[in-house]
Write a protein that binds this ligand. Structure first.
Ligand SMILES: Cc1cc2nc3c(=O)[nH]c(=O)nc-3n(C[C@H](O)[C@H](O)[C@H](O)COP(=O)(O)OP(=O)(O)OC[C@H]3O[C@@H](n4cnc5c(N)ncnc54)[C@H](O)[C@@H]3O)c2cc1C
Length: 285
């Protein structure tokens, strides 16, 4: 059995992370533990655990200068229940597709990001929202774009002495109407790991044209991917459902899906194309 620490304030957590647990190991940070425990079934728990669930001030969503801050202990249910603008509709739809109510009430958005699974349902929306990951350490604080934070399957840019303290979501373009949607395909409707999922955030000008479209696909590559060529092709187009017909297979060429028990690479590619068209159609109609 390793060491166990449950600090009640961020500075105490950062001091512990700077110092490290007894010996030369690193602390394993635990929030909702809904990824942590299933990854350790049948194993003796010997790691040194830094339980962050008692830290005050991290379970909050706040409008701050230039956007919104989502604290590291915010659960999926907290997000669903928060009065947020339409910018967050897609992320809320993803929240309702994560596990069942028990998981949604316990698990955190930040845990989903830090676990860095290719099938993490929060990632496409957070990428499409240009979210930034806020990291703290005894050395200071920094913000990293989410696309640079998750560097691979189960790999992130977090240093061993750093704690993710929250996420920052920037405000949309001024004078636009925002529509955001999420599409998830699994082998059934609920309680399932995604085969493919898509997030779309579309900002529409007063003239009814697409001022900016941001789209991301998950579970079809090691890390969820934005679709920059499609985004560029959509800019300036009429914001009507018919525009979704413009989506072509070459817009998804950068995806690198794998064959696994849930689907073949070819099926995933096809499903992603359909999901992108659907997400866009829903966002535009
Ligand atoms: C039955 C079941 C169903 C599920 N269904 C889905 C699903 O449909 N879609 C989906 O995407 N996921 C699903 N999950 C996975 C999981 O619930 C989510 O990824 C969840 O959001 C993880 O959050 P958590 O707080 O429980 O993370 P934890 O398990 O506490 O942590 C996950 C990882 O993040 C790290 N971490 C957590 N917080 C921080 C922090 N503040 N700073 C640095 N590192 C941190 C931990 O060290 C660990 O490596 C499911 C899990 C279960 C058990």
């Amino acid at each position: 059995m390793g060491a166990y620490l449950r600090p009640v304030a961020v500075p105490a957590a950062l001091a512990a992370l700077a110092e490290g647990p007894p010996g030369d190991a690193h602390w394993v940070i635990v929030a909702g533990a809904t990824d942590h425990y299933p990854a350790r079934v049948g194993r003796v728990l010997e790691e040194d655990v830094l339980d962050i669930t008692a830290i005050g001030g991290l379970r909050d969503i706040a409008e701050i200068h230039g956007g919104w801050w989502i604290g590291a202990l915010t659960t999926w249910t907290d997000l669903v229940e928060a009065p947020l603008p339409s910018l967050f509709d897609g992320l809320k739809q993803a929240a309702l597709a994560i596990g069942g109510l028990q998981i949604q009430s316990r698990a955190t958005l930040v845990g989903n990001v830090c676990n860095a699974s290719p099938a993490a349902d929060g990632m496409p929306n957070l990428l499409a929202l240009d979210a930034e990951v806020e990291l703290g350490s005894a050395r200071g604080a920094r913000r990293v774009p989410i696309g640079e934070f998750v560097t691979g399957n189960r790999r992130t840019a977090r240093g061993p002495d750093e704690l993710v303290t929250g996420l920052f979501v920037p405000a949309p373009l001024p004078g636009t109407t925002v529509r955001s949607t999420f599409e998830k395909l699994g082998s059934r409707a609920y309680l399932v790991i995604s085969i493919a999922m898509v997030a779309a955030v579309v900002e529409v000008s007063a003239e009814g044209r697409i001022a900016r479209a941001r789209l991301a696909v998950g579970a079809c590559s090691e890390v969820a991917q934005r679709l920059p060529e499609l985004e560029a092709a959509l800019a300036g187009r009429p914001a009507t459902g018919a525009t979704a017909a413009l989506v072509a297979p070459e817009h998804l060429a950068q995806l690198t899906p794998i064959d696994d028990i849930r689907g073949t690479a070819g099926y995933r590619r096809d499903a992603a194309l359909t999901a992108v068209r659907r997400a866009l159609e829903r966002a535009l109609s």
